[in-house]
Design a protein around this ligand. Structure first.
Ligand code: GLY
Length: 264
């Protein structure tokens, strides 16, 4: 079983009405909260349909971006690492997640350096290594701390670069299986996926590079027909979920959950 895409659990957090104040690079208008709730419910149903247990946490109105739980932790089989988000308004979200992971894992550790910042959206766990993109939210100190924390668990970390102007490393890529990634051309061209099979998103469909492989399904944002055809032709089972409202806040499929199988 590959720990990189076979999971027994996921954690999500309900969006609060305050989500309309969430961070965004470009103002594309206020998200429609009712539609976001519908998309969120569809997303959870897709996770559950694969047989996983999904833990739905209550909304946190004090943190508008807290629906994007992925940024708060890295969940590996051996333990969970609590992150230190680089966006000041999101820093407190990690402490809100920690007790939930402590109930599920024997080991939780945390990024603690005052100058260390790292968000889960910059971390891609493949079948072979942990890739971490340095970005506006994730710095060298945060990456170095993470490498030291996961090395005793047998995980090798490789630092890569998130393209300029891209929020997170995984904004531009996703794992499809242990050896295969979906990526934008601009990220693939950086050479960071040497040794992997790369399926590029179709030109003009860069916004669908962020998907998740979750058990037997690739859960992807709806509305990107040419890229979905590529995935289907490559043999993947694709489930499409509306993401128009989270996309206004630079959020995608991976941002909405923590996915893991804690070791007993
Ligand atoms: N709105 C998601 C983020 O900027 O973290």
């Amino acid at each position: 079983m590959s720990h990189s895409y076979q999971f027994s659990h996921a954690i999500t957090r309900k969006p609060s009405p305050e989500v309309v104040a969430g961070l965004r690079a470009v103002d594309l208008g206020a998200p429609d909260f009712a539609l976001m709730l519908q998309h969120h419910s569809d997303y959870i149903a897709a996770l559950r349909a694969t047989g996983a247990q999904v833990i739905e946490l209550d909304a946190l109105p004090a943190y508008p971006d807290s629906v994007f739980v992925e940024d708060t932790a890295l969940c590996l089989p051996e333990g969970a690492v609590i992150m230190r988000p680089g966006a000041p308004s999101r820093l407190g979200e990690a402490a809100e997640m920690a007790p939930h992971l402590a109930q599920l894992y024997r080991q939780t550790v945390q990024i603690s350096g005052a100058d260390s910042f790292i968000e889960g959206g910059d971390i891609l766990v493949t079948g072979h290594e942990v890739l971490v993109g340095r970005s506006a939210r994730t710095n060298a100190a945060g990456i170095a701390e993470l490498a030291a924390l996961i090395s005793p668990w047998g995980h090798r970390l490789r630092e890569v670069i998130t393209p300029e102007g891209v929020l997170h490393f995984k904004t531009d890529c996703s794992l499809l299986d242990a050896d295969t990634v979906l990526a934008t051309r601009r990220l693939a061209a950086s050479g960071c996926f040497e040794g992997y099979r790369v399926i590029e998103v179709a030109e003009g469909e860069e916004a669908c590079a962020n998907t998740i492989r979750f058990n037997d399904a690739v859960i992807a944002p709806a509305g990107f027909a040419r890229t979905m055809a590529r995935l289907t032709e490559a043999g993947f089972k694709v489930v499409q979920i509306g993401n128009s409202e989270c996309a206004k806040l630079d959020g995608g499929m991976s941002c909405l959950s923590l996915r893991f199988t804690p070791q007993p």
